[in-house]
Design a protein around this ligand. Structure first.
Ligand code: GCB
Length: 593
C-alpha cells in the first residue's frame, strides 16, 4: 500500500475537519445500521484528534467500546474513470468503514494505515457518506493487550502500559484517485561502494498490461542522476551524497508506468536516502561509521489532542531535539505518524521504530497498573491468536516504514515478559517474521529490568540489545551510589554478550520547579544527578552505543498512586518547557555547547 500522493497521475483530497461523533456503549449501532443514515444524536469531533480530552465529560474521557465517526464528502468531479480509494492513516485500535450503505474495510491495530477501493460505490461529482465504527477496547488478543474486568461498579478497562489509552482518528483520512493500471507498492534498498551509491528498486504493478516500469532518480536539486527500466533493478549513483545522521540528504525516485508511445500512465514519488546500517561485533554502524545514539524514548502526546498528529507540534518537537543535541529517538511505544518519519528522513534524525506491542507483561503491572493475578503467556491470556495479531503488526510496520532511511532498527516489543519458556516460544517466530519482512535492518526488542542479564531468554534472538533500566529510581531509590554499583555490574554482564547495547530508557520522575539542596527524588537536581550517574556507567562500557532518556517530555497516563498528573520523567514538561535536565543533556550531547 502506498500513501496517497499528488502526482501527474494521482490526486488526493483531505477529509480532516469536524466529523459527527457518537459513543455506542450498548454496541447497538451496527445492528441498527447507523451507517445507513446521518448519525443521529451526534456531537462534533475534530479529526485528527484523540476524542478523550476534547470533550468536557469524564464518561467520554475514560470511555471504551464502539465509537462512531461520520461525514460526507463530495468526490471531485474530475475523478470520473479513476480508481477511488478511501485511506485512513490510522484508527485506534480497530475500525470498520462504510461508504453509504456499503461496508468496505475492517482493520485491526491502532497505528498503521488501511484503505479500501471504493470506485464502485462512488460517482465523480456526487456526495457520499463515510462512516467509521472505531473500537478502542483492549483484550488479550489485541496489540497492545488489556482486559475488561467486571467490577462491582461495572466493567473496567485494564492495561499494562504506562500511557493513557487515547483513541479515535489520530491521523489524516484521505480520498484519493489513482489510475487503474498503477504502481501498488515499492521497496527500495540502498548501498554504496566508494563514491558510487546504489538504489535497488522493486515495484509491484497492478493491471499493467502492455505498460512498462521506468524509474528516474533525481538529486535534491532536481537533476536526473540515474534512470532504469523494469519492475526491479539497481541504479548506480555517481558521486553519491549519502544520507547520514545530521545530514538528511534525499534523492527523489520517480516510478512510472509507461505505455508504448512513451506516455506516463502512472507516476509515484519516493524519497530515498542512500545509506547502510550494520551491526558488527559490539558496534552499530551507519555508512560503515560507528554511531552513538543520543536522544529519547518519546510519545505522541499533547494537551487536548492526545495522540493526534499536528504539524506545529511536530516541528516544535524536532526543534527541541535539535536544540538539545539529540541525534535519534525511539517511537515508543507504537508506530508514529508517517509525517514524523518523513521529517526525520529530511532532517537526518535516526529512528528506532517500534510496534505497539507494549504491556505483554503481567508481572510488571504489580501495583502500578492494577490487574494483577494473570499469567502472561497462557491459552487464556497472551496466546497463539495474540501472536498472530502481533506478527501482523510487525508486517504492517515494516510494510509502511521500510523505505525510510531514518529507520535503522525494528523494535518488535517493549518490555515483554522475557525470562520464561513461554516468552521464548512466543518471540522466536516473531523475530523470523521481522527478518523475513526486512532482511536489511537489525531487529531487537526492549528488555525490562525484571529480566536482568543472565535470565532473559529472548535477547538471544536480537541483533541489538535494548535495555530499559531505572537504577536510582524504581530500585536504589535516592541512593545513586548504590545504583551506580548495581547498574555497572549488570551492564558489564550484558556487555559480555558481544552485541551493541542501546540504553532505551533511564529516567527519574521530576516535578518541574521542585528544587532541593540535596539530591531528593522528584527534584530537578536529582534528575540531573541521576542522569550524570547513568552517563558515568555508560561511558565506562564500550559496548554501550546509545542512550535514550525516558522521556522527551512529561506525558499522560492512566491514573494511579504512582502517577501525579501523568508520568513526569520528561526532560521537558508536557507543554515543552525545559527542566534543569534538559540543559544538562544539552551540555553532554552538544559537546561544544
Ligand atoms: C518503562 C516503560 C515506560 C514507562 C516507564 C516508567 O519501563 O517502558 O512505558 O513509562 O518505564 O516511567 O515507568
Amino acid at each position: 500500500m502506498l500513501r496517497p500522493q499528488d502526482t501527474t497521475s494521482r490526486e488526493r483530497k483531505n477529509l480532516d475537519g469536524l466529523w459527527s461523533f457518537r459513543l455506542d456503549a450498548e454496541a447497538s449501532g451496527r445492528d441498527a445500521r447507523w451507517y445507513a443514515a446521518p448519525l443521529a444524536d451526534a456531537r462534533d469531533m475534530a479529526v485528527p484528534a484523540s476524542f478523550n480530552d476534547v470533550v468536557a465529560d469524564a464518561a467520554v474521557k475514560d470511555y471504551f467500546g464502539d465509537i462512531w465517526y461520520q461525514r460526507t464528502v463530495r468526490v471531485p468531479r474530475g475523478w470520473d474513470g479513476q480508481r477511488v480509494v478511501l485511506h485512513f492513516e490510522s484508527a485506534t485500535h480497530r475500525a470498520t468503514v462504510w461508504v453509504d450503505d456499503h461496508e468496505v474495510v475492517s482493520h485491526e491495530g491502532g497505528y498503521t494505515p488501511f484503505e479500501a477501493d471504493i470506485t464502485e460505490f462512488v460517482t465523480a461529482g456526487d456526495e457520499v457518506r463515510v462512516t467509521a465504527l472505531v473500537n478502542n477496547t483492549l483484550s488479550f488478543q489485541s496489540i497492545p493487550p488489556g482486559v475488561i474486568e467486571q467490577r462491582p461498579s461495572g466493567p473496567a478497562q485494564v492495561y499494562w502500559h504506562d500511557f493513557f489509552n487515547y483513541a479515535g482518528l489520530h491521523r489524516s483520512v484521505w480520498l484519493s484517485a489513482t489510475p487503474q493500471a498503477r504502481i501498488e507498492d515499492l521497496t527500495v534498498v540502498t548501498g554504496f561502494a566508494g563514491s558510487t551509491g546504489s538504489v535497488q528498486w522493486t515495484a509491484d504493478a497492478v493491471d499493467q498490461d502492455g505498460l512498462d516500469v521506468h524509474v528516474v532518480l533525481r538529486d535534491a536539486a532536481g537533476e536526473v542522476v540515474a534512470e532504469g527500466d523494469g519492475p526491479t533493478g539497481t541504479l548506480d549513483v555517481a558521486d553519491v551524497h549519502l544520507w547520514a545522521p545530521g545530514d538528511g540528504y534525499l534523492y527523489d525516485l520517480e516510478v512510472q508506468l509507461v505505455d508504448d508511445g512513451g506516455e506516463v500512465r502512472d507516476s509515484i514519488h519516493q524519497n530515498v536516502g542512500i545509506r547502510t546500517v550494520e551491526v558488527r561485533g559490539t558496534e552499530f554502524l551507519i555508512n560503515g561509521e560507528p554511531f552513538y545514539f543520543t536522544g529519547f524514548g518519546m510519545h505522541e502526546d499533547h494537551a487536548i489532542i492526545g495522540k493526534a498528529h499536528n504539524n506545529a507540534h511536530l516541528v516544535n518537537d524536532f526543534e527541541l531535539l535539535d536544540w538539545i543535541g539529540a541525534n535519534s529517538f525511539r517511537t515508543s511505544h507504537y508506530p508514529y505518524s508517517e509525517d514524523v518519519l518523513d521529517y526525520a528522513d529530511k532532517h537526518g534524525i535516526v529512528v528506532i521504530d517500534e510496534t505497539a506491542a507494549v504491556g505483554i507483561n503481567m508481572g510488571l503491572g504489580g501495583g502500578i497498573f492494577g490487574g494483577q493475578g494473570y499469567t502472561t503467556y497462557s491459552p487464556e491470556t497472551i496466546n497463539d491468536a495474540t501472536q498472530q495479531v502481533h506478527a501482523q503488526a510487525i508486517r504492517e510496520l515494516v510494510a509502511r516504514d521500510k523505505n525510510h532511511p531514518s529507520v535503522v532498527v525494528w523494535s518488535i516489543a517493549n518490555e515483554p515478559e522475557s525470562d520464561t519458556q513461554g516468552a521464548e516460544d512466543y518471540f522466536r517466530p516473531l523475530f523470523d517474521v521481522a527478518r523475513e519482512a526486512d532482511p536489511t535492518r537489525p531487529v531487537g526488542f526492549v528488555n525490562v529490568m525484571l529480566a536482568p542479564h543472565g535470565t532473559c531468554r529472548v535477547s538471544q534472538f536480537a541483533d541489538v540489545l535494548m535495555l530499559n533500566r531505572y537504577y536510582g529510581w524504581y530500585v536504589n531509590t535516592g541512593d545513586l551510589a548504590g545504583a551506580e554499583i548495581a547498574w555497572t555490574e549488570e551492564l558489564q554482564g550484558w556487555a559480555s554478550e558481544g552485541k551493541p547495547i542501546v540504553i532505551t530508557e533511564y529516567g527519574a520522575d521530576t516535578l518541574s520547579g521542585n528544587h532541593s539542596l540535596t539530591p531528593q527524588p522528584w527534584s530537578e537536581e536529582y534528575q540531573v544527578d541521576y542522569l550524570d550517574m547513568n552517563h558515568r556507567v555508560f561511558d565506562s562500557i564500550d559496548a554501550v552505543v546509545g542512550e535514550h532518556v525516558w522521556n522527551f517530555a512529561d506525558f499522560a497516563t492512566t491514573s494511579g498512586i504512582m502517577r501525579v498528573d501523568g508520568n513526569k520523567k520528561g526532560a521537558f514538561t508536557r507543554d515543552r518547557r525545559p527542566k534543569s535536565a534538559a540543559f544538562a543533556l544539552r551540555r553532554r550531547w552538544n559537546k561544544e555547547a
